[in-house]
Each structure stands twice: as C-alpha cells, then as structure tokens.
Design a protein around this ligand. Structure first.
Ligand code: 5GP
Ligand code: MN
Length: 345
C-alpha cells in the first residue's frame, strides 16, 4: 500500500515512528546519477547519520567526475562494479530502502530485482511524473523542481533543519542548481529560492558549487562540445526542433567520458524559437534519447509514447534499441504529427 505523506501529518508520524530507533538504511537513485540524484542521496544520508541510523548510498552505475566533490561521495557503492556483492547483502538486510529521484524501478538497472525482493520498507522521494506503485511510503511532488527540494522539505517537516550542516547543504544546493538549469527553468519557484536562500544562510558558497559543477570541463570535453555544435547540430525551423545524433565512434574520438554529453541538449533550446531539442547518443547496448522543451510541449509524454522513457514535462529521457540512423529516422517521422503543437506560438 502506498502511503503518501507529502501532505499527511498522520502518515509522516508513522514514517517518523519507524525511524525512532537506529535502522540499517540503503539509499539509491537512478542510473547515471546527476547532481540532484547524488546530492539528494548524500544529503539524506548525512541527515540520517546524524539521527543515529546506519546508511549506505548505492548507485546503479557510476556518475560523472564533476560530482566527486560531494561530502560522503567516496563511500558510495557502485552496484555495477561491486565485486564482492556487498551491495546485494546490504539491500537484502536493510530495514528501509530510500528510492530517490526516479519514479520507475527499471531506472535502477541491475538493482531492480534485488530491491523488489528485499523485505525492507521502501520509501520513494521523487518529482518525476507518474510514480509506480512500489513503495510503502511516498513523498512525491511533481511540481517540485528537484528531489533535493523535497529532501529539504522532509527534514523541515521533521523539525530537524538544525541538523543540516554545510556539507549537507552543499549537496542539496547542487541538486537545486542543476535541476532548475541554474534557476532558469519554469520549475524555479518561490519555494526553490526560499530553500536556496536558507542553504546560503547555513554557510554555503553558491559560486564555488556552481564552478565545481559547470567549470570543471576537460579540454577534450570542450573540443567535443565544439564539434557537436559545429558539425552535429541540426535545425529544423519548420518544426521549431533542434537535434543532434552522436555515434560511438564520435564519442571515442574525443575520449568522451560518462557525463560529457550531459547538458549538451540544452544548447539546442538556446536557438531562438526552439520548442523541442533532442540528443541521441549511441551507447554499448542502446541509443540514449534525451529531450528538452519549453512551455506546454510535453517531452515526457513524447518520450513515454515513442522512446520507452519519461521524466518531466520539459526534460525527459528514453531509449531505443534500433540503430542510431533508424532512431533518428523514427524521430523525424514523428514530427509532422506534432507540427501544430510545436509551431502554435
Ligand atoms: P536526461 O535527459 O538529463 O538524462 O533526463 C531528463 C529527465 O528525465 C531527468 O529528470 C531524468 O531523471 C528523466 N529520465 C531520463 N531518462 C528517463 C527514462 O528512461 N524514464 C523516465 N521515467 N525518466 C527518465
Ligand atoms: Mn531530479
């Protein structure tokens, strides 16, 4: 049974009661974690440690180097490279498993079966559309800009704001910055700025966090970006659409690492009048699809319908098991059907 405690004090009390004695806790998040995924996991972990619980953050896959400054990051277990199956043991023996920043269990890749099988109470804390029904406790709000915002609100509801120290505040701020596109997406609410302000009053330095995340490019990554913008950007003004398709060979030519394509799709939206931007990246076993949009055009629905994905209205992802060429062909063949919606303004 799902217990939504986002708005229910009674359910919050039940949740709080469960955590009234020390517990073994696993915190996990979606594959290829971004700053909101890792920041919310490490922020929650630090908070729960202060409350006397034993926590382990387990990520389904590795994450980019520009997140390696976060406090507690060196203790994270990467499920994919966990040789001695410590993660499986921790998942099986946990009292509680927190699932952060994803709404569908297939987003935790190889961990899915182990999390499902564990007798642990499951807690979902998330802001993606259409949460699956798998958790015992659900703290969910589609209108939240970031999962880090929800973690802050949860700690606040539990009257524990005084337990947020500077390293924890830095983790939470990182998620707010990135998931709002540096406070510019539509999701940038008064609440986001209130929380950001309170995190600053704890003692964080926004400029330092912003630089750690955005100004830590390698030279290769900058050359790669130049190549993508110079050679790969395709602009379809008749649809207000911009897309890029990057092959495995092109990624390896620039020694591209996990995370190097992150954020590149947003450049598509910066062309005046663009309504949807897409990037198709060829991976080992699939084509990764990443979509962005503005205003009412829902890329989450577009991705759910055509690319086995989902996400938020203006930022979504998915995958295709066809070739890169076929995936792009499919994308292009869909556009006439959406022309009216894409060009209405
Ligand atoms: P990105 O394009 O940055 O990978 O993802 C954009 C947003 O969509 C993120 O919030 C991400 O968590 C979500 N997302 C990405 N891929 C998928 C997917 O396959 N399924 C669902 N449900 N959400 C996704
Ligand atoms: Mn998020």
């Amino acid at each position: 049974m799902q217990d939504f405690f986002t708005e229910s004090n009674q359910k919050l009390a039940l949740f709080n009661e469960f955590l009234s004695s020390p517990k073994q806790i696993v915190i996990t998040t979606h594959q290829n974690p971004d700053a909101d995924a890792l920041g919310s996991s490490l922020g929650l972990s630090a908070y729960l440690n202060k409350k006397g619980h034993f926590t382990t953050v387990i990520t389904p896959t590795d994450y980019p180097d520009f997140l390696r400054w976060m406090s507690g990051e060196t203790e994270v277990i990467n499920f994919e490279s966990d040789q001695n199956s410590l993660a499986k043991e921790l998942i099986a023996n946990a009292d509680m498993i927190f699932c952060l920043d994803f709404s569908a269990l297939n987003r935790i890749k190889g961990m899915e079966g182990f999390v499902k099988q564990s007798a642990a109470k499951k807690v979902l804390i998330d802001h993606h559309q259409q949460p699956e029904n798998f958790a015992d406790f659900v703290f969910w709000n589609e209108r939240a800009a970031a999962t880090c915002e929800l973690i802050y609100e949860l700690i606040e509801k539990l009257d524990d704001k005084h337990l947020i120290d500077i390293p924890t505040a830095e983790c939470l701020y990182a998620g707010l910055v990135t998931d709002t596109g540096s406070f510019r997406f539509d999701s940038t609410s008064e609440e986001v700025h209130r929380i950001a302000g309170e995190l600053i009053s704890i003692g964080i330095h926004p400029n330092s966090i912003h630089r750690k995340i955005f100004d830590s490019n390698t030279f290769d990554r900058m050359k790669f970006l130049g190549f993508v913008l110079g050679e790969k950007l395709t602009y379809l003004p008749e649809y207000n659409v911009v897309y890029m398709a990057i092959s495995k060979e092109e990624l390896s030519r620039f020694s591209s690492k996990n995370g190097d394509t992150e954020g590149v799709v947003n450049y598509g939206l910066s062309i005046k009048g663009t309504v949807m931007a897409a990037i198709f990246t060829e991976k080992e076993d699939m084509i990764r699809v990443s979509l962005r949009s503005v205003d009412d055009f829902s890329v989450s629905e577009f991705s759910r319908t055509h690319f086995n994905g989902g996400g938020h209205k203006n930022a979504a992802g998915g995958r295709s098991h066809e070739s890169l060429e076929k995936t792009v062909e499919k994308f292009l063949s869909l556009l006439p059907k959406y022309k009216e919606e894409l060009t209405k303004n």
